[in-house]
Each structure stands twice: as structure tokens, then as C-alpha cells.
Ligand binder design. Structure first.
Ligand code: SAM
Ligand code: FES
Length: 346
């Protein structure tokens, strides 16, 4: 008997373009796809869910990505920048809650020079030698990435956003290029980072062909982590009237990614939890194995507004940790206090 499309994807870890598009275009194969994705994640990661404590340390940004609520042209954004002491205190809180990975994420903020950021990374690593430092601070020169690595950072998240040249130009202002984004990702990998790429699902102008381009690019990059979440409009951006990305397509893509990259770290993102109250739980059941709860001080949470109606902006870190642990257990998985490194086959 001939194998189904999900079974062939699970066996071969790839499909021809036309069949990938068939798989993504409708929910016809979803039940089988999600079951195979869950079985695949359980073979490598069991029922474990890794958590990363996210510190959104600045919302100043020199960039003007058309989809993003903290783009520099948004004059109504309330700008903030945490101090070193505040960031260190977020990490200390996170460690006490069992987090073993910290992610410093922010806009491209000139006040955080390469040297200042490297000093901070060094200090966090000195205080928490049993934790992994992850950075997500956008495009910087290779020398900066090297300095952060020398300071102790071991992971870097930089979504490629879209691997289709024309689509990239549609989403970004002139001056930003897909070529440089990709160069940054390959530089990071070459330096020795565990690298996370990714894209929004349903961003304006995205087609199934764009998504196939994304999957092909990921096959070339072979990242350790892939961050995907639905596009959600923000009222103060040029895309304010664009429809949000779809829950179903995001879940389907999570499952496809799990089958194409069985070992990859795959977060069920806050954006997924924003478009549906059970979105993150559904993401876990479709193959995701990472959550990134917010460790930022509550007073700045609303200001890191990438998109409208973002969840978890009112809760203290400890409340979020408790809420997530209950949700994950109810979904049939288990949060572990572990650095959560990628488990590539030896
Ligand atoms: N500046 C860093 C960078 O460029 O990687 C990190 C911050 S950036 C805001 C983090 C991610 O947020 C982006 O890679 C993008 O995919 C996502 N994002 C931005 N605006 C969004 C929106 N409207 N809906 C969903 N995700 C969004
Ligand atoms: Fe800079 Fe979004 S435009 S973080």
C-alpha cells in the first residue's frame, strides 16, 4: 500500500515542492500529521518541555520593519531600556524559578554597544555558570557576534523572516536585505552558536511558494531552533489592517518542521498563545517542545508591543511560570529545569 504524504515526510524528511504545498494548503492531513509530529518529538525529547526566560531589555530600534510595533516610525511607542541591574535581577528571579536559559531580546538599540552588551553577557554568565545565554538583538557585524561568543553567549535567535527575496523587500524598508540577514545567520553558525532562524506565518504578501522557500532555506541552514508564530497586526504599523496569520496553518507548519527536522528546538510562541487561548498547548501537541515565558519587569511588558493584544503582559514571572507548568501538564507534557540543548543524532 502506498504511503500517505505525512508518512513520506516522516520517512524522507522532505517532499517535492508540489507535495509540500498540498500538505500546507488544507487540513486534510492534519490529524495524521500532528500524530506523527508528536511521536517524532517524543522519540528525541520524550514529554520534556524546555523553558527559556525571555528578558525584553529594550524597545528602542533603529529599524523600521513594516510589521513590527516597535519600529522606529511608531512615534506612539513608549520607549524603555532596562539597566544592567534590572536585567541581572530578572535573571536572578528566573534562576530561582528553575530557568536554565536566559534570552536577551530587544530592538536594534545603539545605546547597547557591542562592548556594553558583551560585558553584560559576561556578568550574567559569571553569576549563573549553569545557565545558557541566548541573544536576540538583530543584525550586527561578525566581530560583534564573536565578542558576544567570547563573553559566553552560546545561542542566537535571528528569524530570517522570509526566504523569498521579493517578499523580504515587501516586509522591510530599503536598506535591509535578505542577503545580509542570511549572512548573519551563517556567520553565527560558523562562530559556533546554536542558531535559531524562523518566520511569521501569514505575514502580508506570503504565499505557499514563500513558505516552500522558507523550508528549503532552513534545509540549507540546518538550524538548532526554528521560531515560527502567526503574524498579528499592530495598529500603529502600515500593516494595521492586514489579517492575522492562521492558527491552523501555524500548527501545520510546526508539524511539518518537526518531521523535516526531528531534533530541532521548536517553540510554541507567545504569538500562538495570543491568537488562540489554547494556542501554545496545541503547538506542543503538533510537535513544539519549547516555551519562552517572559521574565521582563511587569511595568515594561506592555511597551514591548510587537503586535496587538499580546498575552501575559500583566503577570509577574512567578505567576507565568506556575500558569505554564499547569497548562503544559494538562496538555500531557512536563516542564524540566534543564538548559535544553539541542539533541542532534550522534
Ligand atoms: N531585533 C531583533 C531581531 O530583529 O531579530 C529581535 C526583536 S524582533 C521584534 C523579534 C521577532 O518578532 C521578529 O523576528 C518577528 O518575526 C517578530 N514580530 C515582529 N512583529 C511581529 C508581528 N506583528 N506579529 C508577529 N510577530 C512579529
Ligand atoms: Fe526593530 Fe522590530 S523593527 S525590533
Amino acid at each position: 500500500m502506498s504511503l500517505s504524504l505525512p508518512e513520506r515526510l516522516a520517512r524522507d524528511r522532505t517532499l517535492p515542492d508540489a507535495e509540500l504545498k498540498t500538505l500546507l494548503a488544507s487540513g486534510a492531513h492534519d490529524a495524521e500529521l500532528f500524530a506523527l509530529a508528536d511521536a517524532t518529538r517524543r522519540r528525541t525529547y520524550g514529554d520534556e518541555v524546555f523553558v527559556r526566560g525571555l528578558v525584553e531589555f529594550t524597545n528602542f530600534c533603529r529599524n523600521d520593519c513594516l510589521y513590527c510595533g516597535i519600529r522606529k516610525s511608531n512615534a506612539r511607542a513608549e520607549r524603555y531600556r532596562l539597566t544592567e541591574e534590572e536585567i541581572l535581577s530578572c535573571c536572578a528571579t528566573g534562576r530561582a524559578l528553575g530557568f536554565r536559559t536566559f534570552v536577551l531580546q530587544g530592538g536594534e538599540d545603539a545605546a547597547w554597544s557591542d562592548a556594553r552588551l558583551a560585558d553584560l553577557v559576561k556578568e550574567i554568565c559569571a553569576r549563573h555558570p549553569d545557565c545558557r545565554m541566548t541573544l536576540s538583538v538583530g543584525e550586527r557585524p561578525r566581530a560583534a557576534y564573536e565578542a558576544f561568543f567570547a563573553a559566553g553567549a552560546r545561542r542566537y535567535l535571528l528569524r530570517h523572516e522570509t526566504a523569498n527575496e521579493a517578499h523580504y523587500a515587501f516586509l522591510h524598508p530599503a536598506g535591509l536585505s535578505l542577503a545580509n540577514r542570511m549572512k548573519c545567520l551563517f556567520d553565527l553558525k560558523d562562530i559556533g552558536y546554536q542558531v535559531g532562524a524562523g518566520f511569521m506565518v501569514g505575514s502580508p504578501g506570503q504565499t505557499l511558494d514563500c513558505l516552500v522557500d522558507d523550508l528549503r532555506f532552513l534545509q540549507k541552514l540546518d538550524p538548532d531552533m526554528v521560531g515560527i508564530g502567526p503574524f498579528i497586526h499592530h495598529a500603529e504599523t502600515p500593516f494595521a489592517r492586514e489579517p492575522n496569520g492562521s492558527l491552523d496553518l501555524t500548527l501545520r507548519l510546526l508539524a511539518v518542521l518537526r518531521l523535516m527536522f526531528p531534533h530541532v528546538l521548536l517553540p510554541a510562541t507567545t504569538a500562538l498563545g495570543t491568537i488562540h487561548p489554547q494556542g501554545r498547548e496545541m503547538g506542543l501537541k503538533a510537535g513544539a517542545n519549547v516555551l519562552m515565558p517572559n521574565l521582563s519587569p511587569v511595568r515594561v511588558r506592555k511597551a514591548y508591543s510587537l503586535y496587538d493584544s499580546k498575552i501575559c503582559t500583566g503577570e509577574e514571572a512567578a505567576e507565568c511560570a506556575g500558569c505554564l507548568a499547569r497548562r503544559v501538564a494538562a496538555a500531557g507534557y512536563r516542564i524540566v529545569s534543564d538548559p535544553g540543548d539541542v539533541r542532534r543524532p550522534s
